[in-house]
Every structure is written in C-alpha cells, then in structure tokens.
Design a protein around this ligand. Structure first.
Ligand SMILES: Cc1cc2nc3c(=O)[nH]c(=O)nc-3n(C[C@H](O)[C@H](O)[C@H](O)COP(=O)(O)O)c2cc1C
Length: 655
C-alpha cells in the first residue's frame, strides 16, 4: 500500500514535516517532457510535490535515448506526456496531474498556469516563441519561473522571480530571426560559456535544423539544481539567485560560476559576443570536404595517392605533383619553396614534407594489401642544392600483407595550434612515440613546468623575428585563407590559433608592410600574436620534443627519411588521442645561423637569429641541437576544429 509519509520520509531532516506537507500541496507546471522535463518531473515527484500540470505534444523516438528519462524501448512511439505521467504516478499514485497532450499555446496558456505555484521550463531549446509566451504569462501572473538548461555536461540556471527582471528584458529576443534568437538564448543562459572548451565537433550544433548535441548527465544535473531551487522558492527559504544573476555549473570542466548580466543581452560586451558568435557560427557551417577525391572505380595507384595527399607540409604547400605511369605506378615530383619562402631553409622543410608523403604512400598502399617500391631517380644529385626531386613509385602485390595500423589516422591527423592540457605524457605514450620514430632517430623530450617555460621563452623570441622580418611578410600574407574553417591550398585563419579580435587585427595589418611596421612600432603589435600564437600554446601542452637524427642530416635523402619518421610519430600521436603542432621556427633560424647564411637583409634580425641558435643549443645541448630535424609540441586536448584540407588528386596530377 502506498503511504505518502513513508514514501517521502527520507526527505525529512532536509525539510521539516510541516514543510513536506506544504510541498504536498504545491502545484508545479512543466512544459516539455523531453530532455530535462522528464527528469524534472521525476525529481520533483520524489521531493513529494503533490500536483503537476504537464504539457508535451511529442512522442518518444530512438534519438531521445541518450538523455530523456522516459525514452525506452517500451515507450517508443508513445506520447511523452502520457508516459511521464504514468512513471510519476508509479512513484506517487496520489499525484494530481493535469496533462496537455497537445502542448501549450496561446489558447490554453492561461488554463495551464492556473493555480500553479511554480513553472519549471523544459521546452525544446529551439521553441523560442512558446518559451517567450510562457515566461511573459508567468511574469503577468506573478509565478516564479526556473530554467535550467543542459549544456554540455553541466547546467546553466536562470530564475525569473515575480517583480524582478523579466525573460524578455534579459534575453531581448524580440525582433530577431530564429538563428539569432538561438545565439541570444545560448549566450544569455551561459555567459561564462563553461561548456565551450570541450565541444569536440561544433558542426553538430545545427541551429538551422534545430539540432544540437546533448548528454544525459546534463539533464540529471539540471533536475537536481532546478528541484533544489524549487524547494527554496516554494518553502520561501530565501537565497535565490534570480535574473540578471545566474548559476552555471559544469561537471566536465570542474567549474561553478555565478554569472551576472546587469543589462541582459543589451549589455555592450554581450552585444559584441553575440556579433562574434554570429560570424563564427556562420563560418562553422562550412563542412569538411569528403577526404576521398577519386571514385571507387579509381586505379590502385590513384587510390593510394588520394590518401597520401593528406600528408602534412609546411603551410600546407603540398610540395608534390604526381605523374601517373599505369594503374600501379607513378612518378612523385617533389619541389621546394626556398626561392620565395624564407622558412624553407635549403628546402629542408619541404623535403621533410616529401618524406611524410612517401611514408603515407606506404601506409596507404597497405590498405589495399600492396607493398611499395620507391626509387629515387638518379642522377638527381643527392645534395641540398637541387630544389626538385623525382621518385618512382611501384605498387607490388604483397604476400599476406596486413593493413598498417596507422592507416586509419591518415585523414584525421591534423595540426592543433590551440592550447592543450598540461597533463604529462605517460611513459607508455612516450615509448610508443619513440618506437614510431624508428631506430635511426631519438626523441628528446622537454617536459615539466621549468622546461615548458624555457621553450615558451624561446618561441616567444623566435616569433619576434617572424613578425618583424620583412622577408616573412609576403609569406604570411599569401598563406592565410581568411574567413575560413577549411582551405585546400592554404591555412584557414581559424586554424591559426588566434581569437577573432586578434585575427581582425592581423588581417588589417597584413594589408601592407607599412601597417605591420606601424603596429610594431607604435602599438606593440607583435605582443598579441606572440602571446596567442607562441607563448600560450608553448606553456599549454604536455611537452615539446625534438626529433633527433642519430647521424647528422645533411642531404635531401636525410631530410626525406626524417619526414617519414615524423609522419609515423604524428600518426601514432593521433592514434593515442594526442595533438601535435610543429614549432619549426627556432630550429630553422638555428639552421640559418649555424650555416652562416643570412636570414634577413636586416642585420638586427640576423643577430637575433644567432641568439636563438645559442638558446636552442643551450636548451637541448649542442650535439642534440645540431642533429635535430624537427621540433614540435604535443599533448592531450580536443582535435582542431578548423584545418587545412588538400587539393583534389586531379589538381595534383601533371600530365
Ligand atoms: C615540415 C613541416 C613544418 C611545419 N612547421 C610548422 C610550424 O612551424 N608551425 C605550425 O603551426 N605548423 C607547422 N606545420 C604544420 C603545417 O602547417 C600543417 O601540417 C599543414 O598546414 C597541413 O595541415 P594539417 O596538418 O592540419 O593537415 C609544419 C608541417 C611540416 C610538414
């Protein structure tokens, strides 16, 4: 037999017996019984609330399973209002529930809120019109209203109390299209944006199609926070944080923030944030092109080259062209950019990229159970004077050849230029990466806070050269694709690692060398990019590392081999869930200084390059520094949300 007093006796202690009886008399309205609504209802039922008004016109479906309390195999296709009422009554058969299975609209809003002590908002995120009407009606009737939004793996709560700031005064949705209402609602709910840091795939936010990512954990947190505040409001306990103040707790980032938008979305800073979010979200709608650019009927060599073109190259220059010979063989023509790219010292970075390409060809071929024979064409002199090279690639049927485990990561490997976590690499992660480098290379790790700081200092000083050297200006100007998330033959501005304000400044400055000089001279122009692009990422990672050749690298073949080792390391890192970013400038400037080749026409820049070389040597030790062929940072963190893509294979094929 059901017994109310026994069923809710364990609430006593946190509430008194008299208060429990008060809760039993209260009526709460919940509109929406999907994501949070179901959890709200069940939590409030267990609190001992005696009456509910419930509204939802929807039925349960499979995509509701990750979060909605009533979504189960046994309820698919059933009305949400009916299922939840049944579940709640299973907990408290005495419950008085009035259901609105057709949902609420202007015609029944009055009736829905009649006799209600509190409204708990659970409408679909995108039901802006219905939500605005609901909150306006609550304000007019003097009913407190709580909204606890599930965001990421946390909850952002706002409470609108009678006589206080209203929903419309806070969010200012009036007069805006649905896309902007979505942005305003989100930024108003969660000004602290605690959930943003770990969103791994922003393309899943689809404001246009009213879809977004969600978690069951967030819904449970919402229910806990909302029911706690329901208790405080209904029992007049006080201590309510009401709009314009809000509370955001994020279980993932371990953060709790009390927010306050004194003027709601009308505030100056908030308006700016809304503008930036609008621009960014419209860019995010750019979708990643299909990683395959050849049809299923393509020849084996075309398929291999189509995968291999995803190998990395400095500034995404893709320093290779292909000449098909037949279905299983081709020429790879490598070139370098030393003539016009100051960073391509003696073509070494291009040769490293070429090595990465050849290694990727080997790995990609294994996907078709093919072995690769690679022969460098002679008589190309094996020195660093030649800026072109040619390799003959022949695919051969391999006896019981297995697909290389790294093949799965060829297209997902990408540079991450933003901050990573400082969680150190495990010994296993390090030894796996060292094994991937192969027997001819060692990895020299730079880890721990003091070393991270030293490397950060070195990169910060290198960046000073990079940003004030006239020779680099044209390079920077030509490699960035503005307003882009993806770029086939450049680096998209969103992958650079700068915030929108910094990017705007950089774009303005790069219009002319005069502007760069002006910024540098009068407005400390290099500080912002150096902090954002060099200092912060260098401090925010697990480690930096140098790839060190056991015998000094001098020839084209040496650097091509180093590139193959680099690609195996990078793919292995991707497999381990690690992110990487090459940090080649200190090494390249050291190469210039140690070989006596002037980096710039400016004497002061060459002096700085010599200083960088000395610091790089003292950091790694002279011998290690002189044998280093690559320098990078590494760590755990989200995958890059913007990246360079590649030119289609047809564009890379020469006749
Ligand atoms: C030899 C070489 C040098 C590179 N140097 C840098 C560097 O100094 N800084 C940087 O942020 N990225 C560097 N990169 C990364 C490239 O810019 C990146 O790989 C390229 O744009 C393609 O993008 P993806 O790796 O995301 O496919 C380098 C890559 C290679 C292969």
């Amino acid at each position: 037999m059901f017994d109310y007093d026994a069923a809710f006796s364990r609430n006593l202690g946190w509430v008194t017996e008299a208060e429990q009886q008060q809760l039993r008399q209260k009526c709460i309205a919940i509109a929406g019984l999907g994501g949070v609504g179901g959890s709200h209802l069940l939590t409030l039922t267990r609190l001992g609330i005696g009456k509910f008004k419930l509204a939802d016109f929807d039925t349960f479906d499979i995509p509701n399973f990750n979060r909605q309390a009533g979504a189960m195999m046994s309820t698919v296709g059933q009305p949400k209002a009916e299922v939840l009422a049944r579940m709640a009554k299973d907990i408290n058969p005495e419950l008085k529930i009035t259901s609105y299975p057709g949902g609420v609209d202007k015609s029944n809003l009055d009736a829905f809120l009649d006799g209600v002590d509190l409204y708990v908002d659970s409408l679909d995120f995108f039901a802006f019109e219905a939500r605005r009407n609901m909150f306006a009606a609550c304000a007019a009737k003097g009913i407190p209203a709580i909204t606890a939004a599930p965001l990421g793996m946390g909850t952002a709560m706002l409470i609108f109390m009678p006589g206080g700031m209203t929903f419309e005064e806070y969010f200012r949705l009036d007069g805006h299209d649905e896309f902007e209402q979505g942005i305003r609602f989100l930024l108003g709910l969660a000004p602290a944006r605690l959930h943003n840091a770990y969103l791994v795939d922003p393309s899943r936010i689809d404001l246009e199609n009213r879809k977004g990512p969600s978690t069951g954990m967030a819904c449970q947190l919402c229910a806990g926070v909302a029911a706690t505040n329901a208790l405080k409001i209904l029992l007049k306990r006080g201590g309510i944080i009401a709009a314009p103040k809000g509370l955001h707790f994020d279980a993932y980032s371990n953060k709790l923030t009390q927010t306050c938008l004194r003027n709601g979305n009308q505030g100056v800073l908030q308006k700016l944030k809304i503008r930036i979010a609008k621009t960014m979200l419209s860019k995010r709608h750019q979708v990643m092109p299909d990683p395959k650019s050849v049809p299923a009927s393509a020849t084996p060599i075309e398929k291999v080259l189509d995968m291999a073109r995803w190998a990395p190259s400095g500034d995404n220059t893709q320093v290779w062209r292909f000449e098909l010979i037949d279905a299983t063989s081709a020429w790879v023509h490598g070139h370098d950019t030393r003539e016009h790219v100051v960073y391509d010292f003696e073509g070494r970075p291009s040769q490293i990229a070429l090595g990465a390409l050849l290694e990727t060809i080997r790995i990609a071929a294994s996907m078709q159970q093919l072995r690769v024979e690679i022969v460098q064409e002679l008589p190309t002199p094996d020195t660093n004077n030649s800026s072109v090279s040619r390799f003959r690639i022949v695919l051969i049927k391999g006896e019981s050849l297995q697909t290389d485990m790294l093949a799965d990561y060829i297209t997902s490997r990408s540079v991450q230029r933003r901050a990573l976590t400082t969680t150190p690499l495990t010994e296993l992660e390090k030894s796996t990466l060292e094994a991937a480098a192969g027997e001819h290379y060692q990895i020299k790790w730079q880890e721990g806070a003091p070393l991270l700081r030293r490397v950060a200092g070195l990169l910060f000083r290198s960046a000073q050269i990079r940003l004030t050297m006239p020779e680099a200006y044209e390079v920077h100007r030509s490699i960035i694709q503005w307003n882009s998330r993806y770029s086939q033959d450049k680096v998209p501005d969103q992958a650079i690692g700068m915030d929108p304000v910094g990017l705007k400044m950089m774009r303005w400055a790069l219009q002319s060398w005069q502007r760069v000089k002006f910024l540098n001279r009068y407005l400390a122009g290099t500080w912002l990019p150096r902090i954002q692009l060099d200092l912060v990422p260098a401090l925010k990672c697990a480690a930096h590392f140098a790839l060190v050749a056991k015998k000094p690298a001098t020839t084209l073949t040496d650097f091509v081999d180093a590139g193959a080792a680099l690609q195996r390391i990078w793919l292995t890192a991707t497999k381990l869930g690690l992110q990487m970013q090459p940090e080649m400038t200190p090494l390249i400037f050291s190469w210039y200084a140690s070989s006596g080749v002037p980096l710039s026409k400016l004497h002061s820049i060459n002096e700085q390059a010599t200083a960088i070389q000395q610091q790089f040597s003292s950091l790694l030790g002279c011998e290690i520094a002189s044998k280093s062929v690559f320098f990078a940072r590494i760590g755990h963190g989200p995958q890059a949300q913007a990246r360079s893509t590649r030119q289609d294979l047809s564009k890379l094929i020469t006749k």
